[in-house]
Design a protein around this ligand. Structure first.
Ligand code: GLA
Length: 798
């Protein structure tokens, strides 16, 4: 709800279900940020507005009439350079006269209802009930207007912010920076959490104390990047998954982004987020306007899980769109790690037949099917099937796969061109490179200049042809390099600072056109995994490949990272072969599944070469997932730090597990009648039999049945210990050992209990003893390195 009190210098109050955001226009015309946090009663600014009698020493005094005001010590809704606020600014403009000082003061406001999901080339959140407040400021001397646009989503406790700059003057101005949101918090002890990484190790959470310096999270790769995801958190020190104040911030944007937190000398903490100002410059001619991407903000007083739940709801309800938004996602098999570039129709059909047998629903042919693409040095841009590999073209293989009863999908990378390609020969000017200067490549490919409308149209036409050339149900849209030598031949010299943003606007136009033209295709975003995992992409594609790293141990951390800001239905995860192709690590096939099943499950392994035991395991996994996928893809997700917290506690000396050793997730259906919990550990802890599971999010008064997923293990994992029970001596790894293992499988312990929700959540489910070398029987919990369990929880119908 938006409430406006007062006329000349209004007080604006933005309420959601559980939060309040407030700001007040001051006599100077600046807007003071009063509050953002837990919902409060507010009918005036009394007691909330800061009281200033004298400007602090050595600070700039705003004006003779306001001798008590130094902008450096104010909590501002928006800040600029040149009038005394020496902190990092929200906006920086080069005026027509070359000066860089702006003084933007309140002019008026307007309210409206509803938001339809996109404007001026940028995707935004959407919702009929969204309440929109536009506050306008004006720099009279320089003829510039700035709109601060607030959008309130009461149902999900989210407020978004966007800004628009308008040039009302006669000459050109240049925007050096224009942020999307700014919040000046009161002094306090804050922790800034970012999700950074690199290829194959995306989304590692790092917590940093907000001391006196400025902390920056940003990308300068041309995309939102795996180096630093645009989702960040600011929390009170000591905040946990379940307790404490936490703010979550994100940006509906896929390009270079910037988030910073700065503590001023007076203790106030400024958060800024928007387009990365590095190398950015936008020329704004007379009468033109510039709109920033939408910043998303939420606050929770119930810790990180509370904040995540709100973000998940917001993304699910107000960002994801199209027919696939709430549709159950199929279980797929992707050909990449099974065949890499060495594909052929017969090889793929062998894989597809196996896929059908184990219960896969969608078969995806990854890279290598077009041009003369036998490695990554050629053919990007030549989107014609390689008939040496696919004699019947796309339609040929698609029809054959569909005849098996599977859907068919393909991989494309439309934004790129290989130097060795027909497209580059025909249109070298479409590649992003600086004419006459040497060019640096990544993965042997160049970025197409999507700032150029001609290039956008070309991609739309070519992809439309490809997508309609067969009955294609799914498209993996990849993007495999960071930008270098940024330049667009379609823009004049004084507009080259606009290229990276114009590229993203071009990309959005292409994605919007194609997703609207092919609404039934399930699109999956990918950028070497999570190099472009953001709300801009999710405004068009409902799911994104989380990481090229499918190692279960690494994936557990990566998926935990995503879960802070993104719902599980967006994150795709595959079970792959071992040793893992990224880490060479071996993890149990059941653990690979248990981790991948939290999200959109797929397989990326060579089913043709797989052992019978593993094929049996995969068949059982897929059958289980199909029964539970509605919960696993669309349920409410919770993180619990550890299943064995107390074993690793200080004082328990031997080989204490490292932080992050244990992962425990729970996902609960909307009506709380069904849930699935997972536990997983990296390293085992010796002589630690005790284990307790505390699921989350259940209904306290409901009685549930909890059951461990049935799994089988290979006897050989016990090595020479077999001789403690075998009547004859069995030499480890001998033929005899292998033969016994073939016919005799170890079953996982059976674990089942009937308990009330509150008992499970607060007292915990005390699990079977873990193996601790003292002995073994069928009731023991075999829980070695990389061990894991899935527990299904179902309401007992009386
Ligand atoms: C990227 C993707 C992979 C695969 C390859 C194909 O690395 O992330 O999943 O599709 O490209 O070249």
């Amino acid at each position: 709800m938006i409430t406006v009190k007062g006329d000349k210098t209004p007080l604006f109050i933005l309420d959601t279900g559980h939060t309040t955001y407030a700001m007040k226009v001051l006599d100077t015309g600046h807007i003071e940020h009063l509050y953002y946090g837990r919902k409060i009663h507010l009918d005036s600014e009394d007691g909330l507005t800061e009281q200033h009698e004298f400007a602090p020493g050595t600070s700039v005094v705003y004006s003779p009439e306001h001798g008590n005001i130094s902008l450096e010590d104010m909590r501002l809704e928006m800040s600029s350079y040149g009038k005394g606020d020496v902190r990092e600014a929200f906006v920086e403009i080069v005026n027509t006269d070359g000066s860089r000082t702006s003084d933007l003061l309140y002019k008026g406001y307007a309210e409206s209802k509803g938001r339809d999901g996109g404007t001026e080339g940028l995707p935004t959140s959407f919702g009929e009930d969204a309440e929109v407040l536009t506050v306008t400021l004006e720099d009279k001397d320089n003829h510039i207007r700035l709109e601060l646009i607030y959008c309130v989503y009461s149902d999900t406790d989210v407020i978004t912010r966007t800004s628009r700059l308008i040039n009302d003057g006669d000459g050109d101005i240049r925007i050096r920076r224009l942020m999307s949101t700014q919040i000046d918090f009161d002094p306090g002890d804050y922790v800034f959490s970012t999700f950074t990484g690199a290829w194959a190790r995306e989304m590692k959470r790092t917590d940093m104390s907000v001391a006196s310096a400025r902390l920056v999270n940003s990308s300068y790769t041309g995309n939102s990047s795996n180096r630093a995801n645009p989702f960040v958190m600011l929390s009170s020190r000591g905040c946990t998954e379940d307790y404490g104040d936490v703010y979550g911030f994100n940006l509906v944007y896929s390009g270079n982004h910037y988030e910073s937190v700065e503590k001023s000398p007076y203790g106030k903490v400024r958060f800024l987020s928007g387009i990365n100002p590095t190398s950015f410059e936008w020329k704004l001619a007379k009468g033109e306007s510039f709109l920033t991407p939408e910043a998303v903000m939420t606050y929770s007083s119930t810790g990180y899980n509370g904040m995540s739940g709100q973000m998940h709801d917001f993304v699910s309800k107000h960002i994801l769109r199209g027919p696939w938004k709430d549709r159950l996602r199929p279980v797929l098999l992707n050909s990449w790690e099974a065949s890499y570039f060495k594909i052929s129709e017969s090889k793929l059909m062998r894989l597809a037949r196996k896929a059908k047998q184990v219960g896969i629903e969608l078969f995806v042919m990854d890279d290598g099917w077009f041009g003369e693409r036998n490695d990554d040095t050629t053919s990007l841009g030549d989107w014609f099937p390689d008939t040496a590999k696919l004699p019947g073209g796309l339609k040929g293989i698609c029809d054959k796969v569909r005849a098996l009863g599977l859907q068919f999908g393909i991989w494309v990378e439309p934004e790129m061109v290989s130097r060795e390609s027909g497209l580059y020969l025909a249109h070298p000017e479409w590649a992003m490179e600086i004419p006459g200067k040497s060019h640096s490549e990544g993965r042997n490919q160049m970025v197409l200049d999507l700032a150029n409308v001609e290039v956008q149209d070309h991609i739309i036409n070519v992809m439309s042809r490809v997508f309609s050339s067969a009955e294609i149900s799914y498209v993996k849209w990849d993007m495999n390099r960071n930008f270098s030598d940024v330049f667009s031949r379609s823009l004049p010299a004084d507009r080259q600072g606009e290229v990276t943003h114009r590229y993203i606007l071009g990309l959005y136009r292409v994605m919007k056109t194609l997703t609207e033209k092919f609404p039934d295709i399930l699109f999956e975003g990918c950028a070497s995994g999570g190099n472009r995992f953001d709300l801009g992409i999710l405004s068009y594609f409902p799911q994104i490949w989380g990481s090229d790293d499918t190692d279960a141990a690494v994936r557990a951390e990566i998926q935990t990272g995503y879960s802070y800001g993104y719902p599980m239905s967006c994150v795709t995860a595959h079970v792959s072969d071992c040793p893992n192709h990224q880490t060479l690590r071996r993890t149990p096939i059941e653990t690979r599944f248990n981790v991948a099943s939290f999200g959109v499950l797929g397989y990326e392994c060579n089913l043709v070469d797989m052992s019978k035991d593993d094929l049996d395991a995969v068949t059982a996994q897929i059958a289980m997932y199909k029964k539970w996928r509605k919960v696993m893809q669309f349920g409410r997700f919770y993180r619990r730090s550890s299943v064995n917290d107390s074993i690793g506690a200080p004082g328990f000396s031997c080989l204490e597990p490292l932080p992050g050793n244990d992962t425990s997730w729970t996902v609960v259906s909307a009506d709380k009648s069904r849930a699935v919990s997972m536990t997983m550990q990296i390293l085992t802890h010796p002589n630690a039999q005790w284990g307790v599971l505390k699921p989350m999010g259940l209904d306290e008064d409901t009685k549930y049945h909890i059951e461990g997923r049935k799994m089988k293990f290979d006897l050989r994992e016990f090595g020479g210990l077999i001789n403690y029970v075998a009547p004859i001596h069995v030499r480890q790894d001998s033929l005899q050992h292998r033969t016994i293992a073939r016919f005799y499988k170890m079953k996982a312990e059976s674990e089942s209990h009937d308990m009330y929700g509150d008992a499970m959540m607060y007292a915990g489910v005390h699990l079977r003893s873990a193996f601790a070398s003292g002995g073994y029987n069928e009731n023991m919990r075999y829980y070695p390195d990389f061990g894991s369990r899935l527990y299904t929880i179902e309401k007992i119908d009386k």
